[in-house]
Design a protein around this ligand. Structure first.
Ligand code: DX5
Ligand code: ZN
Length: 216
C-alpha cells in the first residue's frame, strides 16, 4: 500500500506561506504536518495559534498537528478549534498520557502519541489500543533538516510487531530525516505515514518530490 505523505510546513517559506500551502493543496500530499514548539520541551520555538489559524484556513488537506510542548493537554480545545484532524502529543511530555489521549478523542480528534529517539517502543504497549497513530521521531525534535538516526528503522520494525501482538489498529508515522532513501526503508519496515520537511521544500520541484515519496 502506498504511504500517506505529510509535508511538514516547518521548512516552508514563512515569508510566503500562502504559496507553499497552495503548492501542497495541489500536490499528491495526503496531510499537512504542523509543528508547534515551546522552547521548553524542545530547544526551539516555531509558531503559535494565530499562525496556525491562518494556515488552517488556507489548507485543503487534513491537519496533523505535532505538539512539541510541555502540558499539551492545556491546548486540546485550541487545537480542535483550528480544525485539526490529528493531535500528536509526546509520550515524554505527558505524566498522565492515558487521560490526555481520552481527552483528545472526546474533543473529536484522532489521538496520536509521539516518541523521542531515546524512548523504547515497548513503553507504548499499554496505550497502543487507545491511539489512532504512533509517531516515531527519526531525529531529536526541534529542528528541520537534521540527519536521520538509523536506529529508527529498527524501532519501526519493532513497533509494527508490537501493534500486531496487541491487536491494535495504530498507524505508524515517522518524522525527521525522511527522504527517498530513508523513506523507502521505513515503509519496508512498516511505516504507514512519512513526514517530510527539508526533503520536500529543498527539492527543485517540491511536488515531484511529494510524488516520488508517494510512489515508494
Ligand atoms: C522536527 C519536526 C519535524 C521537521 C522534520 O522536530 O517535528 O516535523 O519538520 O523536518 P525534516 O523532514 O527536515 O527532518
Ligand atoms: Zn513534526
Amino acid at each position: 500500500m502506498k504511504p500517506i505523505i505529510a509535508p511538514s510546513l516547518l521548512s516552508a517559506d514563512f515569508g510566503n506561506l500562502e504559496k507553499d500551502i497552495e503548492m501542497i493543496n495541489q500536490s499528491e500530499a495526503d496531510w499537512l504536518h504542523l509543528d508547534i514548539m515551546d522552547g521548553v520541551f524542545v530547544p526551539n520555538i516555531s509558531f503559535g495559534f494565530p499562525v496556525l489559524k491562518h494556515v488552517a484556513r488556507l489548507s485543503r488537506k487534513p491537519l496533523d498537528v505535532h505538539l512539541m510542548i510541555v502540558n499539551p493537554e492545556k491546548f486540546i480545545s485550541e487545537v480542535k478549534a483550528i480544525g485539526a484532524d490529528i493531535m500528536n502529543v509526546h509520550y515524554e511530555a505527558c505524566a498522565h498520557l492515558h487521560r490526555v489521549v481520552q481527552q483528545i478523542r472526546e474533543a473529536g480528534m484522532k489521538p496520536a502519541v509521539t516518541i523521542n529517539p531515546a524512548t523504547p517502543v515497548l513503553m507504548l504497549k499499554d496505550i497502543l489500543p487507545e491511539v489512532y497513530m504512533v509517531l516515531v521521531m527519526g531525529v531529536n525534535p526541534g529542528f528541520g533538516g537534521q540527519k536521520f538516526i538509523e536506529h529508527t528503522v529498527e524501532k519501526v520494525r519493532e513497533l509494527h510487531e508490537l501493534i500486531r501482538q496487541t491487536q491494535s489498529n495504530a498507524l505508524i508515522e515517522v518524522d525527521g530525516g525522511v527522504n527517498l532513501d530513508t523513506g523507502k526503508r521505513l515503509v519496508e519496515a512498516g511505516a504507514d505515514i512519512l513526514v517530510a520537511g527539508n526533503a520536500v521544500f529543498s527539492a527543485s520541484v517540491p511536488q515531484e518530490m511529494i510524488h516520488a515519496l508517494k510512489s515508494l
